[in-house]
Design a protein around this ligand. Structure first.
Ligand code: GLA
Length: 330
């Protein structure tokens, strides 16, 4: 019998990245901000040894709390909460059962981190239920929480993603962009001035599972075997790489880290046109050197750039489809 003890409602936003893509998994810089679209988890803790979740659009799932193989969970969306529960359990967190619903206003597969939002929502619900009359729920730092959810994403999907999505959602605040140094995991909030607005435009659905994302991560590891950490490398290091392909990949990462710093400076000094140009350069670098864009995304960026008031536009997130991010003058 399900025994209801408490009522829980957790709402978590998605994220969009202004600049700094494919830099997080080499300890580089990223500048995401949260979007006004949310994943909501609603329900009650129970004394069962299972989570029962119903997604309004993707069906019901049952996740046993003693689960060991996340990838055996069906339907597939439930692997994200399952990964989080497993990651929390392996950190010694006492898990309670839960029965509830999940809904989202975030488009799935659009590159706005609907999966990270689902992971963070799960972690918050699970932590909320792990306290009792004798003890408070354990408290995790923002970085801990993000790392637990990043690990969950790895085991749920096999995609070796960086920490940007999870940390930007946990640490983000409305009206600011979140500058993350993915080496030190230091977070700095950068106010988005009233003179500009960040918008997104959905282009095509995509999944990073089975994409070339993992290959890019592997190529960066190979680069680092020769020239050391990409986050502290400079353009002159690129010549030490023999492979022309690896030179292009390295050139993107090194120049993108520089662009993030320049973008933050431009934004803080009211140089919005410069900020916009940096976004366009970022897109070109991702398209030409990193090869994670495609014709549809390139066309979408170019057509946005012709609109009045648009300062800059670029693909955002992992690429291969998804959304473009736009900086517009108000
Ligand atoms: C995906 C990953 C992030 C990051 C971006 C690219 O969103 O989850 O960790 O690597 O791609 O910047």
């Amino acid at each position: 019998m399900i025994e209801s003890r408490s009522s829980v409602r957790i709402q978590v936003p998605g994220r969009i990245n202004l600049i700094g893509d494919h830099t997080d998994y080499t300890g580089g810089l990223v500048l995401p901000t949260t979007v006004d679209m949310f994943t909501t988890m609603l329900g009650n803790h129970t004394d069962e040894n299972v989570w029962r979740l119903t997604s309004q659009t993707h069906g019901r799932a049952l996740i046993p709390l003693d689960l060991d193989d996340v990838r055996s969970v069906e339907p597939q969306w439930a692997r994200y909460p399952a990964g989080v529960l497993l990651a929390l359990r392996s950190r010694g967190i006492r898990l309670r059962g839960f029965e509830g619903s999940v809904s989202t206003t975030l488009p799935v597969g659009a590159g706005l981190s609907s999966s990270a939002a689902l992971e963070i929502a799960t972690a918050r619900v699970a932590l909320d239920g792990s306290g009792d009359a004798q003890r408070d729920p354990p408290s995790f730092s923002e970085v801990d929480l993000a790392q637990i959810c990043q690990h969950a994403e790895h085991i749920a999907t096999g995609v070796p993603c960086g920490i940007m999505d999870q940390l930007s959602i946990v640490a983000g605040c409305a009206g600011s962009a979140t500058l993350i140094d993915c080496s030190s995991l230091e977070v700095t909030h950068i106010p988005i001035p009233d003179q500009v607005r960040v918008e997104h435009s959905f282009i095509t659905q995509r999944s990073l599972i089975g994409s070339e994302y993992a290959q890019r991560v592997a190529q960066c590891r190979k680069i680092e075997d020769t020239i050391g950490p990409l986050c502290s490398a400079s353009m002159s290091d690129v010549e030490r790489l023999e492979s022309e392909l690896l030179q292009r990949r390295a050139r993107h990462v090194i120049s993108e880290n520089l662009r993030v710093r320049q973008f933050v400076d431009a934004l803080s000094h009211g140089e919005y046109e410069h900020a916009g140009r940096l976004m366009v350069e970022s897109h070109q670098s991702l398209a030409v050197d990193y090869q994670v864009s495609n014709q549809v995304m390139d066309d979408a960026v170019n057509s946005k750039l012709r609109e009045t008031g648009v300062l800059g536009a670029r693909m955002t997130g992992g690429g291969f489809g998804g959304c473009i991010v736009v900086l517009r003058r108000r």
